[in-house]
Design a protein around this ligand. Structure first.
Ligand SMILES: Nc1nc2c(ncn2[C@@H]2O[C@H](COP(=O)(O)OP(=O)(O)OP(=O)(O)O)[C@@H](O)[C@H]2O)c(=O)[nH]1
Length: 821
């Protein structure tokens, strides 16, 4: 292709193929994308040629591409849309670059001879549309691979015709119009509206259709062909000046090869020279140099392409900078490699301090990444204390599993052989100790819960930062795990002490304690009112309290006995000896103080307590005859129960005992609710907070461990390397984008004149003025309506915007995607 490039005529820029001057710019962008590991590129607008039959559309396209490969001629029409994709192949740099074509319908077949391409287009047209002028809307897709082209798509469309010929249907005109419209209505399609100068310009089909598809004229360039064969004495001057039909982007007049030229195999290069000569020899076009010739058409297209690139670049830059930020963040998370001992020591120390601080922050609720969806850290600890531990204790009724008979038995046992003169203190103490003992388990459980919470917190601490050092993470987890376990022990011991202390001294002088006399007073009142309430019933049924209720009694005893031994059993079937055996001493402080202690320690007395339930043993058996009589005592049964009859005194005693129990239990419960959390906070939570850092240093900060601790997995090293490289490329890309010369003028100048030996452009400073404000393109601009003065915004990818491309923030036009963009 290179050999076919024309010499630069005097009054035009180098008559380069379409997009020639944009190629280095686009190449540069593609290099950036390639470095980012993506196939993305700038999606350039499609260029379609529209016009009536034989107006010279194919000729214009060929001249723009600079190669001779399209079927042309008065008898040879474009009868199927030809979608021509120009694909840039990287130059090998040895000057022997190949150019070839490939058809979609002949995959894998390369056409190196462009004459063969032309023949195949013709043959393929006939295969689908027949040999007799038939037209089909089925595309022929051709790719031209070359190092000298821009990645752009050109579409050669069948020409508009009015009279059906050959195999053409009667509605041929409408069909072709629909087909053309389907291409040119796309906002990303640049329309070359081709009108031959030897026809009635004012009635140009091409301009009429382009006007429908692009009413504002933002993407239509008028092309006047065949200026060389106009009627003598006429010229296209007024047309080119936009005086006949105004067009925002203006007109370019061209002279393509005539049929005779084609027959004589005149090259495009020669044709361009001839064209230049033609314009120079026509004084009427002398002052219209900037709108005459294929080179000017190419230049105009280039300017539009540059403006398009300019439009999409800010979006591209924004995305690159966003990726830069996230990659930089990722890179920072992998940290730097530290080789020296001192550096490693400092790093380790830093990690240990940061971890200890993070752990403390979590407990104190100062964690930066605090969740808003659930409780975390210290808030969970508080929840466990208040909503689980305290609440559970408050729900417990100290008399819940004590029946009246249990209490009565305890009272009788405590008074020994005498009748009680006063409300006995001993059963109250025994029973209250048993209730206090019950507080031990939940308190220990609470400590265990908090321990579990702290372990969980330690695992959640610095998860991301520590990914880099799995060995250190493991060792730190071990250290903190052991340390927390060590903190749990004194908490548990202290909790044991608290409960023991409460059991060891029942402080009946506590100001909140109801006290004996008050309890008796309340109890008397209660018994009195309950007796009044039950009076009528007693009259009917007799004294139910006094009536034996062996079943109920059995049950009560069973409960009491079971609790005495801490063994669940059915008292009625178990041997008494077993039941009343003292509980073996156990380490649990609660069991030392269980009711078993009083029953157990006085166990030997059980046998001497009479069972008053058994009538025959209530009184001695007398002989009938006094003289010979001898009083026989029946052997006492091995199990003795308190009398079933409830005296008033006993009822009061039971109520008093219950009142005392409830009152004192309340005092103890409050103490435990207060002291257990304090204990756990002191010995476990705050102790860990205070000492963790020291423990870490003691256990892990050792010269000989640095290397081992700071070992990082290969994966991290790889990721660090990869992100560093991506970062470098992104920074480079960002700089390059910043330095790109984006004014078409500078592109033309910079890339055609100042290209360095590597083929890469020399970077110019960023231009300031807008292309279309100064260039020839704006000379023909018109404003059919006020709204046309404004820039149009569009979100379409690759869409052509206003000719001024004022919408510099559009992200459109970037095809493919960059990693992380
Ligand atoms: N003298 C002269 N002949 C031209 C010019 N442009 C095109 N022709 C001739 O006009 C004829 C038609 O040209 P094409 O390029 O095939 O026209 P087209 O619009 O693609 O034709 P269809 O595809 O059939 O609609 C050819 O013989 C060309 O050589 C021109 O500027 N001057």
């Amino acid at each position: 292709m290179a050999e076919e490039q024309p010499a630069a005529p005097n009054n035009t820029a180098a008559a380069a193929p379409l997009g020639h001057s944009v190629i280095p710019l686009v190449n540069k962008l593609q290099d950036i994308f390639a470095q980012l590991g993506s196939q993305s590129t700038i999606e350039l607008p499609q260029v379609a040629v529209v016009g009536s039959q034989s107006s010279g559309k194919s000729s214009v396209l060929e001249a723009l591409v600079g190669r001779d490969f399209l079927p042309r001629g008065n008898d040879i029409c474009t009868r199927r849309p030809l979608v021509l994709q120009l694909v840039q192949k990287k130059s090998k740099g040895d000057g022997a670059d190949e150019e070839w074509g490939e058809f979609l319908h002949l995959p894998g077949k390369k056409f190196f001879d462009f004459n063969d391409i032309r023949k195949e287009i013709q043959a393929e047209t006939e295969r689908e549309a027949g040999g007799n002028k038939g037209v089909s809307d089925k595309q022929i897709r051709l790719k031209i691979f070359s190092p000298n082209v821009l990645d752009i798509t050109l579409v050669d469309l069948p020409g508009l015709t009015k009279v059906p010929v050959g195999d053409q249907p009667s509605d041929i005109e409408a069909r072709i119009r629909t087909m053309i419209m389907s291409y040119i209505k796309r906002p990303s399609c640049l329309i070359l509206a081709v009108t031959p100068a030897n026809s009635d310009l004012a009635n140009s089909d091409a301009l009429q259709m382009a006007g429908i598809a692009d009413p504002d004229g933002y993407r239509t360039i008028g092309v006047i062909t065949k200026l060389d064969i106009m009627d003598r004495g006429t010229d296209a001057r007024n047309f080119l000046l936009g005086k006949v039909i105004p067009l925002r982007l203006g007109y370019v007049g061209v002279v393509n090869r005539s049929q005779e030229d084609i027959l004589m195999s005149r090259s495009i290069k020669d044709a361009l020279v001839a064209e230049e000569k033609f314009f120079r020899s026509r004084p009427v076009y002398n002052d219209l140099a900037d709108r005459c010739g294929v080179a000017q058409l190419a230049k105009k297209l280039n300017q539009i392409l540059v403006q398009h690139i300019k439009t999409v670049l800010p979006g591209l830059k924004a995305r690159i900078s966003a990726t830069l930020v996230s990659v930089a963040k990722e890179h920072a998370s992998y940290g730097e490699i530290t080789e020296s001992k001192a550096g490693q020591g400092a790093l380790l120390l830093n990690i240990l301090s940061k971890y200890s601080d993070a752990f403390s922050s979590m407990i104190e609720g100062k964690n930066e990444e605090m969740s808003t969806s659930e409780l975390s850290g210290g808030a969970r600890v508080h929840y466990i204390f208040q909503n689980i531990f305290v609440k559970s204790l408050e729900d417990v009724d100290p008399c819940e599993d004590l029946t009246d008979d249990d209490i009565r038995t305890a009272i009788q046992n405590a008074t020994g052989p005498k009748s009680a003169l006063f409300v006995p203190e001993v059963p109250f103490e025994v029973l209250i100790r048993r209730q206090i003992a019950r507080l031990l388990d939940p308190s220990l459980q609470c400590a265990r819960f908090i321990y579990d919470e702290l372990i969980k917190m330690s695992h959640r601490c610095m998860v991301n930062e520590m990914q880099r050092f799995p060995v250190l993470r493991k060792r730190m987890d071990e250290v903190i795990g052991n340390f927390l376990r060590e903190g749990l022990e004194p908490s548990e011991t202290m909790i044991g002490h608290i409960i023991e202390m409460e059991m060891d001294y029942i402080n009946t002088s506590h100001p909140n304690f109801i006290g004996g006399s008050k309890a008796v007073e309340v109890a008397l009142q209660q018994t009195k009112s309950s007796r009044i309430a039950t009076m009528p019933r007693q009259k009917e049924t007799g004294d139910s309290d006094k009536a034996p209720n062996s079943e109920r009694t059995q049950k009560s005893r069973a409960i009491l006995a079971r609790q005495v031994n801490g063994i669940v059993s059915d008292q009625s079937v178990r041997p008494v000896a077993d039941v009343e055996k003292p509980a073996p001493p156990v380490s649990n402080p609660g069991s030392n103080w269980g009711i078993s202690s009083i029953f157990g320690s006085r166990d030997n007395r059980t046998s001497v307590n009479e069972n008053s339930t058994s009538k025959p043993f209530d009184e001695p058996v007398h002989s009938m005859e006094p003289g010979y009589s001898m009083i026989h005592l029946r052997e006492p049964p091995s199990v003795l129960r308190p009398s079933e009859t409830h005296s008033d005194q006993e009822a009061v005693e039971i109520t008093v005992t219950k009142l005392l129990l409830r009152s004192y239990y309340d005092i103890v419960r409050k103490n435990v609710e207060d002291f257990v959390p304090k204990t756990i906070m002191h010995f476990l939570v705050n102790h860990t907070k205070r000492e963790l850092h020291n423990v870490f240093i003691k256990k892990l900060y050792r010269d000989n461990l640095f290397e081992e601790m700071l070992q990082e997995p290969d994966e991290v090293a790889t990721k660090r390397k990869r992100t560093r490289e991506t970062l470098r490329v992104l920074q480079q890309a960002f700089r390059t984008l910043d330095e790109l010369p984006l004014e078409a003028e500078s592109v033309e100048r910079g890339y055609s004149l100042n290209t360095d030996p590597t083929g890469l452009p020399k970077i110019h400073g960023l231009p300031t003025s807008s292309l279309y404000n100064t260039s020839s393109v704006s000379a023909d601009s018109y404003s059919p309506s006020p709204k046309n003065n404004r820039s149009r915004k569009s979100s379409h990818s690759g869409e052509l915007h206003s000719p001024y491309y004022g919408d510099s923030n559009s992200n459109g036009g970037v095809r493919g995607s960059m990693p992380g963009l």
